[in-house]
Design a protein around this ligand. Structure first.
Ligand SMILES: Nc1ncnc2c1ncn2[C@@H]1O[C@H](COP(=O)(O)OP(=O)(O)OP(=O)(O)O)[C@@H](O)[C@H]1O
Ligand SMILES: C[C@@](O)(CCOP(=O)(O)OP(=O)(O)O)CC(=O)O
Length: 395
C-alpha cells in the first residue's frame, strides 16, 4: 500500500504596512494592500503533516495535540476543499496519477510558539497547511497561486508563502478574488542584515480577534477610509523602494508610522479597541529616544493586534537595542545574541527619564530572529503522524 503524506514548515510574517479591513468577508479580500517581513523558521514556525488515505473516516486536524474541528463552510474547510479541487483537476489532466483527491485527510500541526496570542500563528499555520497539502498532492501551482488559498484561511497567511519581503496586492476583482495574492518584493538574501527582536509582553490568548476587530473597524471608523484611500497606496510604493535600495531609515519611519496609524484606527473604532498596553507604549518611548540619537532611525517598532513589540533593526545595532530593552525590562533568564550574553546598558546621550524601569516579567521574553525563507519541505523522519496516520504525540 502506498503512503500519501507530506510534512512542511512555514514561517511567521510581521507586517510593516498592516492589513486591517475586508471588503469581502467570505473571500477574505482586503480593503488595502499590505507588506511584511518573513521571519526565520529557525526560531518561529508551524510544522504540518498531511496524509490522504482511503481508510480515514473523515477529514481531521490536530493542532498542538488537540482536535481542531473542521466546521462545514469554515476557513479550514474552505482551504482543504480548495486543495482537493486542485488535486482533482491535476488528476483529470494527468490520468496516470493516483486517484487520491477523494480520500479523507489527516492533518497534524504544531506551532513552536504561543497560538492565537498576536504572534501571527494563523499566518504560519494556514501557510504550512496549504503547503503540506500542495506537496502531498504533488501540485504544480506556484507559491503565488497557493497564496490565494492560504488567504482564505487567514488573510495574512498569504504572505507566509514567501520568504524575504512580501507584498499582498489587494486586487480589484471582487467576484473571484483571483488578483488578491502575495508577491515577493525581495528575497531574504537581498537584505540578510534585517533582524527582529520580539518583546513578548503577553503570550495569552487575546481579547478581540483580528477578524472581529477589523469587522467593527470597517463599519464604524471614518479614519479607516482616509487610511485606505489616501495613505496606504503611497506608503506601499515608498516602502518597496526603501527595501529595493536598502534604505533602513526610510523603511523604519514608514513601518513605525503605519503601526501608529493601525492602532489609531483601532482606537477610532466604535466601541474602541486597545491592543497596546503601558508596556507597549514604554517600548515606543524608548525606541523613539534611541532613534533621536542618530541622524536616521536605527530601530523600527511595530505592533499587531496585541501588546507584543516587534523591533526591526540591522545587525550592527541589534545588541545595543537589546541592551537598552534589558535596562528597562530586566529578564529572569539570560539573553544571548550572537553567542554572547547581553547586559543592560544605555547608549551615550540617552535620556533615561523617557520610561521607568519595569519589574522582571513585564516583558516575559525576548526572541531574537531575522528575515527568513519561505515554506520548507521536511523529511519523513520529521512527520507528526505515525504509521496509522494518528498524531505521534497522542500515541
Ligand atoms: N498550525 C496551525 N494550523 C492550522 N491552523 C492554525 C495553526 N495555528 C493557528 N491556526 C489557526 O489560527 C487561529 C489563531 O489565529 P488568530 O488570528 O486568533 O491569532 P494569531 O494568528 O496568533 O494572531 P494575529 O493574526 O493577530 O497575529 C487558531 O485558533 C487556529 O484556528
Ligand atoms: C494586525 C494584523 O496582524 C492583522 C492580521 O489579520 P488576520 O490575517 O489574522 O485576519 P483574518 O484575515 O481575519 O484571519 C496585520 C497584518 O498582519 O497585516
Amino acid at each position: 500500500m502506498s503512503v500519501y503524506q507530506a510534512t512542511t514548515s512555514a514561517p511567521v510574517n510581521i507586517a510593516c504596512i498592516k492589513y486591517w479591513g475586508k471588503r469581502n468577508e467570505s473571500l477574505i479580500l482586503p480593503t488595502n494592500s499590505s507588506l511584511s517581513v518573513t521571519l526565520s523558521q529557525d526560531n518561529l514556525r508551524s510544522t504540518t503533516t498531511a496524509r490522504a488515505d482511503p481508510s480515514f473516516a473523515a477529514d481531521c486536524l490536530w493542532l498542538n495535540g488537540k482536535v481542531d474541528p473542521i466546521k462545514a463552510g469554515g476557513r479550514l474547510h474552505t482551504c482543504i476543499s480548495e486543495m482537493k479541487r486542485l488535486r482533482a483537476a491535476f488528476e483529470a489532466a494527468n490520468p496516470d496519477q493516483p486517484k487520491i483527491a477523494t480520500f479523507n485527510v489527516h492533518i497534524c500541526s504544531f506551532n513552536n510558539f504561543p497560538t492565537a496570542a498576536g504572534l501571527a500563528s494563523s499566518a504560519s499555520g494556514f501557510a504550512a497547511l496549504v503547503y503540506a497539502l500542495a506537496k502531498l498532492y504533488a501540485l504544480p501551482q506556484t507559491p503565488e497561486e497557493l497564496s490565494l488559498i492560504a488567504r482564505r484561511g487567514s488573510g495574512s497567511a498569504c504572505r507566509s508563502l514567501f520568504g524575504g519581503f512580501v507584498a499582498w496586492d489587494m486586487g480589484s476583482d471582487d467576484t473571484t478574488g483571483l488578483d488578491s495574492k502575495a508577491r515577493q518584493v525581495a528575497p531574504e538574501s537581498h537584505w540578510p542584515e534585517m533582524e527582529a527582536l520580539i518583546c513578548v509582553v503577553n503570550d495569552a490568548k487575546k481579547g478581540t480577534s483580528s477578524t472581529s476587530g477589523m469587522q467593527r473597524t470597517v463599519v464604524t471608523s471614518a479614519l479607516l477610509q482616509h487610511r485606505i484611500g489616501s495613505v496606504v497606496p503611497s506608503r506601499m510604493a515608498d516602502i518597496e523602494s526603501a527595501i529595493a535600495d536598502k534604505r533602513f531609515g526610510d523603511f523604519a519611519e514608514i513601518t513605525m508610522r503605519d503601526s501608529n496609524q493601525f492602532h489609531a484606527v483601532a482606537l477610532d473604532t466604535y466601541p474602541p479597541i486597545f491592543y497596546m498596553n503601558d508596556v507597549s507604549r514604554a517600548i515606543i518611548a524608548i525606541i523613539t529616544e534611541y532613534n533621536r540619537l542618530s541622524e536616521q532611525p536605527k530601530a523600527a517598532y511595530t505592533y499587531d493586534a496585541g501588546p507584543n513589540a516587534v523591533i526591526y533593526a540591522l545587525t550592527p545595532n541589534v545588541r545595543e537595542i537589546a541592551q537598552l530593552v534589558l535596562y528597562y525590562f530586566p529578564q529572569a533568564e539570560k539573553v544571548v545574541i550572537g553567542g554572547q550574553e547581553v547586559h543592560a546598558a544605555l547608549p551615550e546621550g540617552f535620556n533615561e527619564a523617557v520610561a521607568k524601569q519595569w519589574e522582571v516579567g513585564s516583558v516575559k521574553g525576548l526572541i531574537h530572529t531575522r528575515v527568513g525563507d519561505g515554506p520548507r519541505v521536511l523529511s519523513h523522519s520529521e512527520a507528526l503522524l505515525n504509521a496509522q496516520g494518528l498524531p505521534k504525540t497522542l500515541a
